[in-house]
Design a protein around this ligand. Structure first.
Ligand SMILES: Cc1cc2nc3c(=O)[nH]c(=O)nc-3n(C[C@H](O)[C@H](O)[C@H](O)COP(=O)(O)O)c2cc1C
Length: 430
């Protein structure tokens, strides 16, 4: 197979409301568009024709309104997820090749734009089998340099699934799904240099026989398959206390990995003073919850609380812990602490170990979050130490730090956005 990439020159400056298909068809006629060709069009001219331009002064607002999630940021660079699921710098808002004083936004529906162009071009050029790709220029994580990628696709598959087909040695391919539309976009990008003013190219020689047409949406990796979803800074902010769970279980491997992360917490005197008891069988969870509930009922009766209130409060607590597929009881012990004769220093010594327990639990919660597991740290066992140790079969030196309920993320994730963090209340410089 050989590939031809032909620049289409001579397009005028595209104005809002312009009939882009007619303009592109006229210019493309000069290079002759044939059956099986792909017409590649930069996002910039599509956005201009669709009037997706705002004043430079409104750039920050435009980025914010185009963004559904900030993935990472550094100084004035922000990597965002757009409404289309695209991960790119500044939500695709940029000023290159846009008349002075304006910036362009990505098309509202780039797949829809590609489909409309494809329909009109096929008719105007009299070509039945025609592909159209709308491209933008993206940076890439881990790799320097920019590459054109497909953000809108029509008339060809965006992905070509080669799994199960044989390689040269007759071995079946196991994981190969080719991003054909991105490959074509990148090839077209070679002749569509920004400074050359070539916003259209025709790519000839690709084949996709036997593969169904697709859209650029196919190229967006679903969140549940994305191992690199959040930057570390983003993950810290995105973790929330979640008190209800989706269907399914939490794998023991994920719990083990989270406990390993917990055990990287700082601790006093080079100790590792933590223990995590994970319960994921109905019997072990029920036994813990029954012990907690019995202890709590006894405390509330001693306080003089009426039976209805006791029943309501126990049921409410049970509805979170009882619904979790896995419960993790974090504990800390004070072995290795230094002995002091006075109460102040003895107390501070003990608190150091407790603080280390808190740091370990935060790591645990973050590690679970990184694996898409929802969690909630509930005080519970803190208030019934003896009963907890008895039901978990642990010695007297262990001090329970609550219970972490965890389970699959419920649909839609955390229900409430995190209240904004007014730094004046938390940070003081001196
Ligand atoms: C030591 C400790 C005990 C907690 N106990 C409970 C609890 O008993 N019930 C509960 O719903 N949440 C409990 N939480 C979770 C807090 O309510 C939660 O962290 C807070 O609402 C902030 O939400 P966020 O974690 O999403 O930022 C506890 C948190 C800590 C640190």
């Amino acid at each position: 197979m050989s590939l031809e990439v032909v620049p289409v020159r001579g397009l005028p400056e595209i104005q809002p409301g312009a009939d882009l298909a007619t303009i592109v068809a006229e210019a493309a006629r000069a290079v002759g568009v044939r059956d099986g060709d792909v017409v590649v069009v930069t996002q910039k001219i599509v956005s201009k024709a669709e009037g997706r331009l705002v004043a430079e002064a409104e750039r920050a607002d435009a980025v914010a309104s185009e963004t559904v999630r900030v993935v990472a940021s550094r100084e004035d660079l922000v990597i965002t997820e757009t409404r289309h699921g695209l991960i790119c710098a500044n939500a695709g808002v940029d000023a290159s090749n846009v008349p002075g004083g304006l910036v362009s936004l990505l098309p509202t529906d780039p797949d829809g734009s590609a489909a409309m162009l494809r329909g009109a071009l096929a008719e105007l050029l009299g070509v039945e089998r025609l592909g159209v790709i709308v491209t933008d220029t993206f940076g890439r994580p881990w790799r320097e340099g920019l590459v054109d990628v497909a953000i809108g696709v029509a008339g060809l598959p965006a992905l070509v699934d080669l799994r199960g087909t044989p390689d040269r040695d007759e071995r079946a391919l196991e994981a190969t799904i080719v991003a054909l539309a991105d490959q074509i976009a990148a090839a077209a990008g070679i002749v569509m240099g920004k400074a050359d003013g070539v916003p259209v190219a025709v790519v000839r020689g690709t084949t996709w026989a036997g593969h169904a047409e697709g859209s650029a949406a196919d190229l967006v990796r679903p969140a549940e398959l994305d191992l690199f979803r959040e930057s570390p800074m983003q993950a810290l902010h995105a973790r929330r206390t979640i008190r209800s769970f989706g269907d399914g279980d939490v794998s023991r491997a994920v719990v083990a990995e989270a406990v390993a992360a917990a055990c990287t917490a700082p601790a006093p005197h080079h100790t590792r003073p933590w223990r995590f008891v994970a319960l994921d069988t109905p019997a072990s969870k029920r036994a813990l919850l029954a012990a907690i509930a019995d202890a709590w009922r006894a405390d509330l009766r001693a306080d003089g609380t009426d039976e209805d209130t006791i029943a309501r409060r126990v049921a409410r607590s049970d509805s979170v812990l009882g619904a979790a597929p896995t419960l993790i009881v974090p504990l800390v012990r004070f072995a290795g602490s230094h002995p002091y004769a006075d109460a102040e220093r003895a107390g501070a010594e003990r608190e150091m170990f407790l603080l280390s327990g808190g740091a370990a639990i935060q790591n645990l919660l973050l590690a679970l979050h990184a694996r898409g597991i929802a969690s909630c740290w509930i005080s519970s066992t803190l208030f019934c130490q003896q009963e907890t140790r008895a039901v978990l079969g642990l010695g007297d030196e262990w001090y329970a730090l609550g219970t972490v309920a965890c389970g699959p993320m419920p649909k839609g994730g955390a229900s409430r956005p995190r209240p904004s963090i007014e730094l004046d209340a938390f940070l003081r410089w001196s």
